[in-house]
Every structure is written in C-alpha cells, then in structure tokens.
Design a binder for this molecule. Structure first.
Ligand SMILES: *Cc1c(COP(=O)(O)O)cnc(C)c1O
Length: 224
C-alpha cells in the first residue's frame, strides 16, 4: 500500500496546477492529517463541526479548514472563528447566521452555495431557481462579513458517466451565468469532483476538487 504522502504527490501531479485540492480528512485520525501536512498539504475538508473544531485545536494553525458537510445553524458559532471556506451553504437562514457570527468575530467568511443537481433525494442544496432567488435578494448585498465565492455540487453516485458529465456541465453553465449576471461578486470557485468522479469534474470546469479515499484510503471510523 502506498503512503498518504505518495498518494498526494501522485494525485497532484495528475491534475492541472490551477485546480485546487481539498484533502477530505473526515473520520481520519490526526496522525493521517499530519502525514499529509508534512508532504505540503494545507487544505483539509471536514463534514462534522465537532470533529473539525477538535482537529483545529490540535493541529497547526496554518491549516485551511473547509466545511464540506451539512451545517446546522446552531453550530456555525463553533467554526466561525477559524473556518476558511464553507462549501455547504444550503439556505438563506444559514447564510444569515454565518453573517452574524462572522461579524461577531470580526471576520469575513468565504462561502460556496451548494447546488443540488444529483438525482438522489437525500442531497442538500439549492435548486437552480432557489439560487437565482437568493442571488437577487437585496438583503444579501448588505452582508459585509460574507463573500459568495462560487458553487459546490455533488453529482449522482452512479457508474453512468454520461449522467455525471451532464450534471457537472449543468453546474458549470450555471456557474458562468452567475458570473456574468453578477460581475461584482468574487465568484471564482466551482467545487466539484470526489474520488470517484474528479477527472470528469475537471474536464467540465471544476476549479476545486474534494478528495478523501484516494489520499487516505478507506475511511476508518473514529469517534470525536
Ligand atoms: C466525503 C466527501 C468527499 C470525499 O469523498 P471521497 O469519495 O472519499 O473522495 C467529498 N465531498 C463531500 C461533500 C464529502 O462529503
């Protein structure tokens, strides 16, 4: 079996330089994050607030913590002091809470709006219509402690690469439409692609991929 460092190196050399890599360390022990850190990785993705907060406390402070899992409003306060990018914004009220907490901590928090395109019922996120409605809402322009930086999406979990390509292309088209409609927004990040589908996501214009198992191996369950 290859080491985490070797996996990272191999992955990095196989993707374009302009695509950023978030190493998804959810459910992985801190020792594994250290290994990735020592080979130069700084961006890590977590899906649970408590796990991310504990890891933040224990690990080097130059790590960028990315929240990629569903985020409850009452937990925003725990990550607001340090989170680097929230990929999983899926409601107006969540955004409102992020603004409130960011202001409290004198920070500006970068956010991605999660777009729901997959077939699965269970995936969180805005529909296309809901996204436009949110972006046209005047209230958000008064929120000075939030930066809307782009979209995050997950494709259907399937071997049907035609469907996955369709979904990623749809997200990319919408991403560009939003850039053109709201040129004042710093809308530069399209977060899409995981272990099973990142080559396709990159072909379809992804600027940020979120990779777990390909770097760390199968997730072991640890309790935080
Ligand atoms: C777990 C997870 C990933 C990484 O998944 P892998 O298949 O292990 O690469 C990426 N994005 C989100 C939102 C996740 O929850």
């Amino acid at each position: 079996m290859k080491s985490i460092g070797q996996n990272l190196l191999q992955l990095k050399s196989s993707i374009p330089e302009e695509v950023s890599l978030v190493a998804v360390s959810k459910f992985q022990p801190e020792s594994s994050i250290w290994e990735a850190y020592r080979s130069g990785q700084r961006a890590f993705g977590e899906s649970k607030v408590q796990e991310m907060t504990l890891k933040y406390e224990h690990l080097p402070k130059d790590i960028e913590w990315h929240m990629i899992g569903h985020l409850q409003r009452n937990k925003v306060k725990y990550i607001a002091p340090f989170v680097h990018l929230i990929h999983s914004v899926d409601s107006f009220r969540l955004l409102e809470e992020i603004q409130k907490q960011a202001q409290k901590h004198h920070r500006t928090i970068d956010c991605l709006l999660q777009l729901h395109i997959a077939q699965e019922e269970t995936k969180f996120g805005f529909s296309e219509a809901e996204l436009w409605e949110l972006l046209h809402n005047e209230t958000i322009t008064s929120w000075e402690n939030i930066r809307l930086c782009g979209l995050m999406t997950m494709a259907s979990f399937t071997d049907d690469s035609t469907l996955v390509r369709q979904e990623f292309s749809h997200a990319e088209r919408l991403f560009q439409e939003i850039q053109h409609t709201f040129p004042h927004l710093p809308f530069h990040t399209l977060s899409m692609g995981m272990t099973g589908d990142y080559p396709l996501a990159i072909e379809c214009g992804s600027t940020m991929i979120r990779i777990g198992s390909k770097i760390f191996g199968t997730r072991v369950s640890i309790t935080y």
